[in-house]
Each structure stands twice: as C-alpha cells, then as structure tokens.
Write a protein that binds this ligand. Structure first.
Ligand SMILES: Cc1ncc(COP(=O)(O)O)c(C=O)c1O
Length: 354
C-alpha cells in the first residue's frame, strides 16, 4: 500500500519548515538571543527546575502563571492563553477557524509557519505581496478582503524576515475593514518596543501574540495569546490540556521573577544591532534594510547563494532567502554578540573581496 494515499493533499503538497542543521559555531540564523542566563542566575534556575514534580501532570491551563502574565500585559486573566511557543497558538487559531473554505490572509514574505499551519489545518491561504518598501499593500489587501473575507489574518509586527514594523494606520485599516480575526504577532516586541496592546479595547477582532523565545528562552517554548475573553474561551477548547509542560511553566515564572536581567540583555542586543547595521552599511554592495527586530534583512549585489555557502564553510550560519523575484539575493542575519557580529563582518568582507 502507498501510505501517502492516506495523507491529505494539503500536507502532501507542503515542504517541512526548513531548519539548517549545519554545526556552525557562529549561529546567526534563528533570531535567538545570543546571551545565556548569567552565571549566578543559572544556578537558581536549575534549582527551580529541580523542584518540579516530574511524576505529576503540569498544572492544566496554568491559571496562576496566566494571571501573572495578564497583569504584565495589563489585561484580565480571561484574555490570555499560554502556548507551547507562539507556534502552537498559531495552530490553535487556525484549527478554531478552519471551516471548509475558510481563508487565512498573510502578507508575503512573512513568517513561514503561518502558511504551513493554515494549510495543514485545511484553511485556504491568501498571500498578498508586500509593497516595494516591504510595507502592507493596503489596496491589494482591501481587494482580497472584499473578494473573500479572511477568517484570520496574520501580521508579524515587526515582520520576519524583513525586520520592519508595518505602518500602524495600515494595520488599523485591516483591523477595521476585515470582519475576521486580525493577529498582530509581536514576537520581536523586546526589540521594537512597540505594541498594539492598548488597542485591544478598541478592536474586537484584534489578537496579539508574544513569546519569550527571542528574549532568551527559545528552548523552553513559551508563547502568549492576548485577545477578547469570548475568543479566549473558545480557544481554550482547542488547546490541549497540558500544552505547557511543567518545566516551561517553571521557566516562565522564573523569567518574570528576573525580567530585569532579560530586558537588559535585550537593550544590549539593540545597541549591538545599531553597530552591526552601521558596519554592514559600510560594505560596498551590501544593503541592510532598516529594522525594529533582533535581525537585519539585507540585499546584496552578489550571488547570495555563494555568499551564504562561503559563510557557512567559515563557520557562520545566517538565513538565505534568495529566490527569483522580490527576494533576489536577500539574506537575514541575527544580531549576535559583539564578537560574533565582528566575525560575520570580517568574513563577509573577506568573501566579497575574492
Ligand atoms: C513572527 C514570528 N512569530 C512567531 C515565531 C515563533 O515563536 P515561538 O518560538 O514562540 O514559537 C517566530 C519565530 O521565529 C516569528 O518570527
């Protein structure tokens, strides 16, 4: 028998999310925080994890933790869902709206998991290309909304991989004009400092996503959805009861207890981002785009595939987006430590000089 015949077409047609497994000592491909938990805190973190009862199920729905984070976000406990990374929350949203024919609208390029998850859950994807400045093409989105109102729209803010925050007035126009849920994914909030949280009261269809992944806890998979209580109530029926494991719950509590430390790390990364941007700007043929995130999207006047592989041979992993059309010779580099950034710059200059 052909086991594939049992799998639905949407899954057969997919490519799995691409993660490069090359063992590069300088890892600047996944928009992670390059800094570990500082030494003294690390010991406390380990003893916090050691106190978790592994023989028990985690606290279902993590109400105490949810209430703590709700306070930080300035909303009610009935407005927050915790997820196994924001990836899981994207999946919960798609699952909840996936009636036959339901459409998910995304700009392109954007975070790959929106399309993958929408297709896997049986939604149709309406992909609307960004304009020449990598901002939302409002006219094209309006057309799409009028032709087939999307049940769900995902807007990463700042956008991944382009790094910019879309214009607020354009996002608000989508919020006003789309009858569906509009998700503003603030995964890079720690580096943009900008948020739609205060607008939750104004738009009933606004949902916000946050994560601790970019702030230093990528391995622990902790994400947040913030939205209207009526929606949270329904999403809670889709969420698996023990979706956030007990170690991740402990880690999330630990993050809040020591948030100051991680906010300081983010501040450092923002400083290093400025230095990296300035250094890239000085390299002839390298064109970094303005960024509000912890990565820099850049075009180059050379063959990006060659530059990418040469960097990898020298132990530096970045992300290559090179494809015919608007993404021709575009790549993305995550802001690393000062040492990693200067190694990247040095090797890039050397490769381009040959
Ligand atoms: C825009 C955006 N949203 C969500 C995520 C995933 O975050 P998490 O690690 O919380 O699943 C990413 C990760 O790169 C991202 O770029």
């Amino acid at each position: 028998m052909d086991i594939r015949s049992l799998i639905k077409e949407e899954v057969l047609a997919q490519k799995a999310y691409g993660v490069e497994h090359a063992a590069c000592p300088v890892k600047l491909d996944a928009n992670e925080n390059p800094l570990a938990i500082p030494g003294p805190l690390r010991k406390r973190f380990v003893s916090r994890l050691a106190s978790v009862s592994l023989n028990r199920y985690p606290e279902a729905g993590s109400p105490a933790l949810t209430a703590r984070f709700a306070k930080v976000f300035g909303v009610g406990g009935d407005q927050v869902v915790l997820g196994n990374g924001s990836d899981e929350l994207i999946q919960i949203l798609c699952t909840a709206v996936a009636r036959p024919g339901a459409e998910v609208m995304i700009p392109i390029p954007t975070f790959a998991m929106y399309r993958i998850t929408a297709q896997n859950t049986g939604c149709r994807v309406a992909a609307v290309p960004l304009d020449g400045e990598f901002d939302l093409d409002l006219a094209a989105m309006r057309e799409r909304i009028a032709a087939h109102p999307p049940a769900l729209t995902f807007l990463a803010w700042p956008n991944n991989p382009t790094g910019n925050c879309f214009r607020r007035d354009r996002i608000e126009a989508v919020l006003r004009e789309s009858p569906g849920i509009v998700v503003v994914d603030e995964a890079y909030f720690h580096f943009s400092g900008q948020t739609f949280l205060p607008l939750l009261g104004r738009y009933e269809n606004l949902v916000i996503l946050r994560t601790l992944s970019k702030a230093g806890f990528a391995a622990m998979r902790i994400g947040f959805l913030i939205g209207p209580p009526a929606l949270v109530h329904e999403l809670d029926k889709v969420r698996l009861p023990y979706n956030l494991n007990a170690l991740s719950q402990a880690a999330a509590g630990f993050y809040l207890d020591h948030e100051e430390t991680f906010l300081k790390q983010a501040e450092k990364i923002r400083r290093w981002r400025g230095e990296l941007f300035a250094a890239m700007k000085k390299i002839p043929g390298i064109h970094p785009r303005p960024t509000d995130a912890n990565f820099i999207f850049f075009g180059c006047d050379f063959d990006a595939d060659r530059v990418y592989s040469r960097l990898m041979e020298r132990g530096i992993l970045i992300k290559n987006f090179n494809a015919p059309g608007a993404m021709q010779n575009f790549m993305r580099v995550t802001v690393g430590t000062r040492e990693e950034n200067s190694r990247f710059i040095g090797e890039l200059q050397d490769i381009l000089s040959k």
